[in-house]
Write a protein that binds this ligand. Structure first.
Ligand code: FE2
Length: 286
């Protein structure tokens, strides 16, 4: 009996080690592909696709027709943290995305209070380091992906992550800097369901985060969590809530309540963006 258990445990360890090695190889390939991108490129941002499979499939197809160099999701890819079946369905629906696909962790993807959900997230998502937050370089730009739901730091970017973030922003010599974080720094009290309960819940921490973005000249900040589209410019920095990837909408008005994607185009020193709804109509340009 003891022998059987030991062989089983050994097989499990070898299987896990192989899976980790394969994941490591995949992320290294992805980072190498991103680093080779020239100073003219485009990327697409999608968020909060969870539970809206039919719309998400349509948005994925639309995204690929626009030939981006890579795609970023601002989080809430699945509904139930830790659910491997939902992850399998997400990856199946995401198969048409043949360019690198980078994910931001949302509260539905891994939740500190749902045991094992962070472990499952690490299994499912290729991460360059040990944390769920990370950075990468593509073309002439730095991309920073944050984790706004660390245990005991929910809805804050503080502690080690903040120190890491400042180090990454301060040492970057890239022309443009884009930040992705699931919870918005700024919400709208007239629309959405999380006003005052996103990163704006702890305003001193939120202001300190925004001060870092200002200090290091961040180009744009992309968030999600609110199932709508909203662009607000704060201290000259566009903050874009792009939570229209499929989940039921939290706004009814024409300006914010539509499923969509955002395509950002970088042309050397110039950055522009186009917001396209699920029916192909351009809803915003900036
Ligand atoms: Fe969320």
């Amino acid at each position: 009996m003891k022998c059987k258990f030991s062989i089983g445990a050994l097989v499990l360890i070898l299987f896990s080690a192989n899976a980790i090695a394969a994941q490591d190889q995949q992320i290294q390939q992805k980072l190498a592909t991103l680093e080779k991108i020239g100073p003219r490129f485009s990327f697409i941002v999608i968020g909060d696709n969870r539970s809206g499979d039919e719309i998400y499939r349509k948005i994925v197809a639309m995204a690929m027709e626009r030939k981006p160099d890579f795609v970023v999701n601002t989080g809430d890819m699945i509904t139930t943290p830790g659910d491997r079946k939902q992850w399998a369905a997400f990856w199946e629906m995401s198969k048409p995305i043949t360019v690198p696909y980078l994910l931001t962790v949302g509260n539905h993807d891994a939740h500190p209070k749902v045991r094992g959900s962070e472990r499952t997230y690490r299994e499912q998502v290729d991460l360059p380091g040990n944390e769920l937050y990370y950075s990468f370089v593509a073309g002439n730009a730095l991309f920073v992906v944050l984790d706004s739901y660390i245990d005991d730091q929910e809805k804050k970017i503080t502690g080690e992550q903040r120190a890491w973030l400042e180090g990454v922003l301060a040492s970057s010599e890239q022309k443009h800097k884009f930040v992705f974080v699931h919870h918005p720094l700024y919400t709208d009290k007239r629309r959405g369901k999380h006003h005052g309960n996103s990163l704006d819940r702890y305003q001193a921490d939120r202001d300190a985060l925004q001060a870092l973005f200002v200090k290091y000249k961040v180009s744009m900040v992309f968030t999600g969590h609110e199932h709508l589209y909203l662009r607000q410019t704060v201290d000259g920095i566009p903050h874009i809530i792009t939570g229209g990837g499929g989940a039921p909408l939290y706004a009814e008005d024409e300006d914010a309540g539509f499923h969509h994607l955002v395509q950002v185009t970088v042309d050397n020193g110039k950055v522009s963006a186009e917001v396209v709804d699920v029916n192909g109509k351009i809803r915003d340009r900036f």
